[in-house]
Every structure is written in structure tokens, then in C-alpha cells.
Design a binder for this molecule. Structure first.
Ligand SMILES: C[S@@+](CC[C@H](N)C(=O)[O-])C[C@H]1O[C@@H](n2cnc3c(N)ncnc32)[C@H](O)[C@@H]1O
Length: 374
């Protein structure tokens, strides 16, 4: 099948690498997405094991369309709906892009919905319900200048929701974004890992989950399990493989997060426990200046507040200066990664980044900055 992985902006290249490593083929990074080819096993595997995508879309049909009427008829013939959309199933239509005559996604989605329920009424005299939250089938229509691509979304909710994060601190990172930042950092579980401002612990949980091969999609259900051509045996094989690859006993170095707010530190501990990683990740409830770094050199991953959502610039400047000073004195030989969405603040640490990766964090233009501490 042809398919698309939808990704956070800035993680396209990393997303492409991840999909390739999991068996996808003809992988091409695009803007906020990666196009690829996969067989059914691989498509299931990606839902279980890929950490970076928001969603995975399976292409079902491509057609010409140049306005509401041609879209209506193209949709009715795009799939064998008798097989794929029984009126007992609810559905939802998501739309991206635009083409001549179809420039409002809400209107376009209504047109797709009308085409389908008219067809259902003709076939069965009854129609499906629309369910925006938990549909049985989620259709995705992408429009471009040459027409439309109709896909099925393998999951109704975004794949970044792993299920371990009941509680969130202030300005938490999405799990897939955190996983992508860890992947860029190259941390592989061989050296110590410290997050001095860990909030709800997302960076550490994602880092350790990747290091022990804990599949993010285990223990959740997916919409493709209700698709007309769902293959239960292939799916069970992929689940077994994912379960077997998890290694909770893998020997890992010290992994520690620091959070000064006691409530948020407790939330981090709860999230870590929900992810089953309480024996591996330690949370220290203190100001970061109380942190003791192990002798073995390692990585510091850090997402401090950057003013767009929390904190004021003057206070934050002091925080950044103190953090930089503390790291220079205590973490010589370490690598320091900083996610920052405010240039003024990152320049106040007076260090020169050796790498910088543009990343969008919930629409905020950020940089994932790498510093080598001498
Ligand atoms: C942007 S949040 C981190 C979010 C985190 N990456 C997540 O996904 O939940 C920054 C965190 O730093 C904490 N913090 C601020 N100043 C601190 C300090 N001096 N020492 C330790 N933690 C601090 C805040 O309480 C906040 O939870």
C-alpha cells in the first residue's frame, strides 16, 4: 500500500529513518509528513512501534476532482463502500489541502459525508452516524491541484497519546515530539541521562522506552482492527514480536530527572510508574542546582520554560544563566541538548551550539540545540 505518516514539523527526516528501520519502503520525507510503501504487516507494526508519527494514513483511492460535484461522485466510486462502511459503523471525515472549487475543509468534509450517506440510504435505507471523537472508520481526504487522495486513518486518536501520561505538568512536550528529540540526540542507553527540568518526565520516559524497545502502541486499540480486510493473524504476530522485543532488564546507566515543583515531581513519578519504568528512572524533587552528576560522562536533555507559555523573560534569563553556569561547572565533558523557543533566552547562556535543529513544538518555532560542554 501507499501510505503517509503525519509528523511534527522538523521531525520529517528522523521520522523517515524510523519508518525505514521498521520495514517501510520507498520512504520520502515531505513537509510535516513522510510518504512510504508498506505491506499490511508493516502497517500494523508501525502502529505498534513507531514513536514519531501523529497518525498513519493508508491510501485507498486517488481521483481527479475540480469542485463539489465531481468530489461527490468521485467519493461514491472511490471504494467498495458496501464492504467498508456498513451503516452500523460511525465515521468521521478529516480534510487537508485544497483544490479549485474546494477551499474550505469543513465544507469539503460535509460534501464527502453527504456523498456517503446518500449512497448508504440508496443501498440500505439507513445511514451511519457521524462520531468526531470515537468513530469506527476515520476517512482522510487530501486535496491538491490535481485532485484528491482518499485514505483511511489507522487510529481515531493521535498516536502521540501513549496512555502513560494521566498527569501533565506545565507546558508538557507531546510524547512523539519528545521521542524525536531523543532520537536526534542519539542517546542509546549506554551513557547516563539527566533532565534537570523534567516536568512530567516525557523526555526521560520516551528515551528509556526507546532504549528498552518498549512498543508505544501495545495495550491500545486501533481502527484498522475494524477494517474490512483486517487480518487478525498478522496483527497477533506483530503484537507478539513487539512484546518479545521489550527488555525491562536491560542494563542502563543512571537516568535522573529533576523537578523543583513537588506536585509536578509526583506527576512525573506517576507517569513513570504508569509506563512501568519506576525501577529505571529516578526523579529528584529539588532545584536543579542540587543535582549530582555521575562520573561517567553522559547527556543532558532539557526543555526549560521559554516564555511563550510560562514564566516572564527577566526571571527566565536568570534561570538560563544559572543553568548554563551550573552545567559548565558540574558537567564537563557532557553533551547538553536544549529545546528553546526564545532566541533571547538561548543567547543568554553564552555558549555556541554545535548543532541546531528547527522543530515546531505545538506551533511554536523552536530550536533543538546541541552544546558540547568542555
Ligand atoms: C517546560 S517544563 C518541562 C516540561 C517537560 N519537558 C514535560 O514534557 O513535561 C519546565 C519545568 O521546569 C521546572 N523548573 C523550573 N525551574 C526549575 C528549577 N530551578 N529546578 C528544577 N525544575 C525547575 C518547572 O516546574 C517545569 O515543570
Amino acid at each position: 500500500m501507499q501510505a503517509i505518516a503525519v509528523l511534527p514539523q522538523g521531525l520529517e527526516e528522523e521520522g523517515a529513518k524510523e519508518l525505514l528501520a521498521l520495514g517501510a519502503q520507498s520512504v520520502r520525507a515531505l513537509k510535516r509528513s513522510v510518504a512510504f510503501e508498506a505491506d499490511m504487516s508493516c502497517f500494523y507494526r508501525l502502529h505498534l512501534q513507531a514513536r514519531l508519527p501523529f497518525r498513519l494514513l493508508r491510501e485507498m483511492a486517488r481521483f481527479q476532482c475540480d469542485g463539489p460535484e465531481s468530489l461527490y461522485f468521485a467519493i461514491q466510486t472511490a471504494l467498495d463502500w458496501e464492504k467498508w462502511l456498513h451503516p452500523s459503523m460511525s465515521f468521521r471525515v478529516d480534510v487537508s489541502g485544497r483544490c479549485h472549487g474546494l477551499t474550505h475543509s469543513h465544507f469539503t468534509a460535509l460534501q464527502v459525508k453527504n456523498a456517503l450517506i446518500d449512497l448508504q440510504r440508496n443501498l440500505w435505507k439507513v445511514r451511519s452516524d457521524i462520531d468526531l471523537e470515537q468513530p469506527d472508520l476515520c476517512l482522510h481526504l487530501h486535496l491538491n491541484h490535481s485532485g484528491g487522495v482518499l485514505s483511511l486513518d489507522g487510529s481515531a486518536g493521535s498516536l502521540h497519546r501513549r496512555g502513560y501520561r494521566a498527569a501533565m505538568g506545565v507546558a508538557p512536550l507531546k510524547e512523539n515530539l519528545a521521542a524525536g528529540l531523543v532520537q536526534i540526540s542519539g542517546w542509546d542507553g549506554c551513557v547516563p541521562l539527566v533532565d534537570p527540568l523534567c516536568g512530567s518526565g516525557t523526555l526521560l520516559i520516551e528515551a528509556v522506552s526507546a532504549a528498552i524497545d518498549s512498543a508505544p502502541g501495545l495495550n491500545r486499540s486501533f481502527l484498522f482492527e475494524g477494517w474490512a480486510d483486517f487480518d487478525q493473524n498478522l496483527w497477533q504476530d506483530e503484537i507478539k514480536k513487539a512484546e518479545l522485543s521489550k527488555d525491562l532488564n536491560k542494563k542502563l546507566p543512571l537516568i535522573i530527572g529533576c523537578e523543583q515543583d513537588s506536585q509536578i515531581a509526583d506527576q512525573a513519578r506517576n507517569n513513570i510508574a504508569a509506563a512501568g519504568l519506576q525501577k529505571i528512572i529516578k526523579i529528584q524533587n529539588s532545584h536543579f542546582r542540587e543535582l549530582l552528576f555521575p562520573k561517567q560522562k553522559g547527556l543532558i536533555l532539557c526543555n526549560p520554560p521559554y516564555g511563550k507559555r510560562i514564566g516572564s523573560n527577566a526571571n527566565l534569563k536568570n534561570l538560563y544563566e544559572e543553568l548554563a553556569k551550573f552545567i559548565k561547572i558540574n558537567a564537563s565533558g557532557w553533551t547538553f541538548w536544549l529545546l528553546n523557543g526564545n532566541r533571547e533566552l538561548s543567547s543568554s547562556i553564552h555558549m555556541k551550539a554545535s548543532r541546531r535543529f528547527p522543530i515546531s513544538n505545538g506551533g511554536i518555532d523552536c530550536r533543538w540545540l546541541k552544546y558540547l560542554i568542555h
